[in-house]
Ligand binder design. Structure first.
Ligand SMILES: NC(=O)c1ccc[n+]([C@@H]2O[C@H](COP(=O)([O-])OP(=O)(O)OC[C@H]3O[C@@H](n4cnc5c(N)ncnc54)[C@H](O)[C@@H]3O)[C@@H](O)[C@H]2O)c1
Ligand SMILES: *[C@@H]1O[C@H](CO)[C@@H](O)[C@H](O)[C@H]1NC(C)=O
Length: 314
């Protein structure tokens, strides 16, 4: 699933450290030219076990990063297909990693917690009874991976990502997407209509911190890991707070609030803060971006993208 929001940037960062030939990007979609020219790319369907095995064997693969998923917008319309890709896909990479002694990374999310979890902060180990199919499938992934680790020694590694904020992707209908859209709106119309209440606090992270956390966690020696699934945090903010920070650069930004019942209910069941003290202690996690760095970077990147595309910038 390497062509999604997270895969391309992760591959780029890994290639800087390990050489471009040593990182193979794969997906079922046709890659854009700039990605195709960046380094090795192959077709791989996470549902096709034999093909995955062939890729691992022929290329002497040692690490596997599992990002393939069918997003909620499409997932709602075709639950059966989303379930197959998410669940069978996970089982395939678990089996493959076990069979070939791979180090396996699987992402989880703040959505793996639910209304009965402690929310401020949410620790690594606590009650997890999410009410969304997204969360349920992520808890399943965490538990399957940990089970295979304890039973057979699978080198399973999982991080619960906060909402990831990136200038290079179009928001796709998720619960934390306003935190990307608000920057685009600030630089175009100057008006953002938010689907969450102004005081809805959620854990968020700049995409480069997300990539760096993933790589540093993968590099950590097994002996340093006291857990197999870690929370990682960088900041927590509300729509009001991020708007206020943007106004330091663009004072004319206007935000109106029109809460969407479904997304508001989901957000209200998620942690407002992540306790990531185990990640900090065990493998030295430390974020580089706080709210003001995030806002400065997002505005600069989106401004540059708009300028390059010949779009007006306010
Ligand atoms: N982006 C975030 O803010 C965020 C936050 C928390 C967790 N995550 C998790 O990280 C992972 C990656 O997220 P993303 O935002 O990059 O997702 P994305 O939807 O942008 O990318 C998923 C990719 O999987 C590919 N895919 C679909 N079906 C496939 C198949 N059968 N075989 C192979 N590939 C297939 C798609 O073509 C797509 O490129 C997901 O598991 C997601 O739940 C993301
Ligand atoms: C599948 O995963 C995507 C992204 O991780 C998520 O949005 C969706 O809700 C999941 N659907 C199912 C049925 O697991």
């Amino acid at each position: 699933g390497g062509l999604g929001q997270l895969g391309v940037g992760l591959a780029e960062m890994l290639r800087k450290q390990y050489g471009k030939e040593n990182i193979i990007l794969s997906d079922i979609r046709r890659p854009p030219a700039e990605v195709y020219n960046m380094g090795p790319f192959v077709y791989a369907d996470v549902l096709d076990y034999k093909n995955l095995r062939e890729l691992v064997v022929n290329n002497r693969i040692t690490w596997l990063v599992h990002y393939s998923a069918l997003l909620s917008a499409i997932g709602e319309a075709n639950l059966a297909l989303a379930r197959t890709i998410n669940i069978t896909g996970l089982h395939n990479v678990l089996d493959l990693a076990l069979e070939n002694c791979l180090r396996l990374f699987v992402p989880s999310t703040i959505g793996a917690f639910g209304p009965s979890s402690p929310r401020d902060p949410a620790p690594d180990l606590c009650i997890q009874r999410p009410r969304t199919i997204y969360g349920v499938s992520k808890v399943h992934a965490e538990l399957m991976g940990e089970y295979l680790h304890h039973k057979y020694g699978l080198d399973f590694r999982c991080l619960r990502y906060p909402g990831v904020v990136s200038a290079h992707t179009k928001p796709g209908g998720g619960t934390t997407d306003y935190a990307v859209q608000i920057f685009h709106d600030a630089l175009s119309t100057g008006h953002h209509e938010c689907y969450l209440r102004s005081n809805t606090r959620l854990p968020m992270m700049h995409i480069s911190d997300c990539h760096r956390a993933t790589i540093e966690f993968m590099q950590a020696p097994e002996s340093q890991l006291s857990l197999r699934t870690y929370n990682i945090a960088a900041m927590s903010f509300t729509p009001e707070e991020v708007a206020e920070e943007i106004r330091k650069h663009l004072p004319h930004l206007r935000v109106t609030y029109n809460p969407d019942t479904i997304r508001q209910t989901i957000a209200d069941s998620w942690p407002v803060r992540f306790d990531d003290s185990n990640a900090r202690q065990d493998w030295g996690w430390k974020p580089a971006y706080g709210l003001s760095e995030l806002v400065t970077d997002m505005l600069a990147s989106i401004r540059e993208k708009r300028t390059n595309a010949g779009l007006p910038v306010s």
